[in-house]
Design a protein around this ligand. Structure first.
Ligand SMILES: [Zn+2]
Length: 344
């Protein structure tokens, strides 16, 4: 079966001197076309998300205010998140595109998928935009999967270098969505500052949020150990029926916005680990949704490697090479998380 590819590049959602801009998706497009892997995917068109799809996640008030702001020409919200006159329509395409990919995967027209969409989504909460994000694409996709395919257990795994605080907030009291976030955690210094180990959910959702807050310069070996000892055992206890992955390439060691330590080879290994988990738990049903990533060579090559893995190719490209620092020790974090989530 094929890999579906949704491309909603948000070309007119762009802002001068802002790191989250349309050059990102344009560079990915150019790279994938030149490589030839673009032509190997099953291209699925994005349609705008409906009010019904959007209001499963966001308040009507937020949606209305975004629409109004775009209608008035746009502006900047909260210092870092911008809206242009086209942003509302493009955000709806991004979220709707993720729903279309879910449809293709859930009806077995495709085995797995990748949504290359902008603006990104994982910092957008129920009632507020944040961190370059307007509509929470992966959350809309999860609710769409639950509403249309009666799924009772959806996994959202987020390994963008920033904590997926919006996604966490949306599902914090919900035991039907396991949210796992692995992120750089340097409170007071690094956005958004949430995502500590003790944030594990609330009420009926207690135990259905797993935060893996990382010190600086955790690299391929540290991530591998965290997957083996913490994340994969947690996923196994949940038995997801569909896996959604918020993937950001800003955990690459050379990304200008962070201080993490993954290599492109490490990214490719994580992707293959997740594909095996999807095979084991949910007949291979997995959708990757693009979040951040601001160093174009890491972003473009990383997405290319991701498509290689989704389409069953073994090849991995890593022109940027290894982390030029010693890796941080994460043994104490592994021990704490295993105890807190009863994984021993
Ligand atoms: Zn990020």
């Amino acid at each position: 079966m094929s890999t579906c590819l949704v491309f909603a590049p948000g070309a007119a959602h762009t802002w001068p001197n802002h790191p989250e801009n349309a050059a990102r998706t344009q560079a990915i497009y150019d790279y994938l076309r030149a490589d030839g892997i673009w032509q190997q995917a099953a291209h699925v068109p994005a349609a705008p998300a409906s009010d019904e799809q959007l209001t499963r996640v966001h308040t009507p008030r937020l949606l209305h205010s975004l629409q109004q702001m775009a209608g008035e020409g746009g502006g900047v919200i909260g210092g870092d998140t911008y809206v242009t006159d086209a942003s509302y329509d493009l955000a709806l395409l991004a979220a709707g595109g993720c729903c279309a990919a879910v449809d293709h995967i859930m009806t077995a027209r495709c085995q797995n998928g990748l949504a290359l969409v902008r603006p990104p989504g994982h910092h957008a909460g129920r009632s507020q935009v944040s961190g370059f994000c307007l509509i929470n694409n992966v959350a809309v996709a999860a609710r769409h999967a639950q509403a249309c395919y009666r799924l009772s257990r959806v996994l959202i795994l987020d390994f963008d270098v920033h904590h997926g605080n919006g996604t966490q907030e949306i599902f914090y009291e919900d035991p039907s969505v396991l949210f796992v976030s692995m992120h750089l955690y340097l409170p007071l210094y690094f956005y958004p500052g949430s995502g500590a180990t003790h944030e594990t959910g609330h009420g009926r959702g207690k135990g259905y949020t797993l935060n893996v807050p990382l010190p600086a310069y955790v690299g391929d070996a540290g991530y591998r150990r965290l997957f083996t000892d913490v994340v994969l055992p947690k996923i196994a206890t949940f038995q997801p029926e569909l896996m959604l992955v918020s993937i950001g390439f800003d955990a690459h060691w050379a990304d200008p916005l962070s201080a993490s330590g993954l290599t492109l080879t490490g990214y490719a290994q994580i992707v293959r680990t997740l594909l095996r988990a999807a095979d084991e738990h949910c007949q291979g049903r997995i959708l990757f949704v693009l979040e951040g990533g601001y160093l174009l060579p890491a972003l473009t090559t990383g997405v290319c490697n991701l498509l290689y893995a989704l389409t069953g190719r073994q090849h991995v490209k890593d022109p940027l090479g290894p982390l030029p620092h010693p890796e941080a020790d994460i043994a104490p974090l592994v021990a704490e998380l295993r105890q807190r989530h009863l994984l021993s």
